[in-house]
Design a protein around this ligand. Structure first.
Ligand code: HEM
Length: 229
């Protein structure tokens, strides 16, 4: 039994309640979502010119306060997001220690199942991605030069197994963002016969556009539209 189980409701601190944990997930999810969009917009500059994306990367590095501020915020957000998801899972298990004999296939059970496997896959992807493009320690397919982001990406994706892994990871990210956005709308209490289906469609379109934008980069490299310089 959890340490908070015997406390009267008014003595529980906000983040110890399931609503508090869902709020932590929603706030950190919004921050991470914002990063994913900003990162995609930055990466799409690869279609403009090598100079453009390399200059963009150098500009980010030239303001260490901003760069490290963003990195620390991201790291804390990822840790809190994972902590809240585990804590919620434990609360749900504690509330129902004996599972239903017949599991109902409602939207929410499907969504939470999807989050349970897409989350760890996206996390594994991010760890590999940092080793691949930030530290350059696992960069098969070509040389790594920390001042030439353009070539790092092109050489990286010319090695098709890596591109395939990225494409699969982006499809997982799409599921994760879709269900994450959708759960966030529910946490915030949006429930309306007309607007709710539209919010659901909005979450789906946003997740698909982000995945398609990311996938377009390895596909363009494999198709030979983007070449090393
Ligand atoms: C095909 C899609 C993507 C490409 C081409 C790409 C490219 C890159 C590159 C080149 C860097 C290193 C930048 C530098 O050192 O200057 C980087 C860093 C990073 N990427 Fe991506 N990325 C992609 C998708 C993603 C996704 C989907 C996520 C998150 C889910 C992500 C998270 C990160 C993080 C956290 C960093 C480290 C940022 C830092 O320096 O602090 N990336 N990415």
């Amino acid at each position: 039994m959890s340490a908070t189980a015997n406390l009267p409701l008014d003595e529980l601190r906000f983040w110890e309640t399931s609503v508090g944990k869902k709020a932590v997930m929603a706030v950190t999810g919004v921050l991470l979502f914002g990063f994913v969009i900003a990162h995609l917009l930055g990466n799409l500059q690869i279609f403009e010119s090598p100079e453009k994306i390399n200059h963009y990367a150098e500009t980010l590095r030239s303001v260490p306060v901003l760069l490290w501020g963003a990195r620390i915020t991201l790291l804390i957000s990822v840790c809190l997001h994972i902590w809240a998801s585990f804590a919620l899972w434990r609360l749900q298990r504690a509330a129902r220690p004996i599972p239903y004999v017949k599991k109902s296939n409602t939207h929410s059970t499907y969504a939470s199942r999807t989050m349970m496997w897409s989350g760890p896959i996206v996390l594994a992807f991010v760890i590999y991605h940092l080793l691949h493009f930030t530290f350059g320690v696992v960069h098969p397919g070509g040389p790594f030069d920390k001042h030439n982001v353009y070539n790092n990406v092109v050489y990286g994706f010319q090695f098709w197994p890596v591109s395939l892994f990225y494409i699969v990871a982006m499809i997982m990210l799409c599921y994760h963002l879709y269900h994450g956005l959708w759960s966030m709308f529910q946490t915030l209490g949006f429930s309306h016969p007309v607007y709710t289906p539209w919010l659901q469609r909005l979450a789906k379109v946003a997740a698909i556009l982000i995945a398609a934008g990311n996938i377009s980069i390895p596909v363009a490299v494999l198709a030979g539209f983007i070449k090393p310089v």
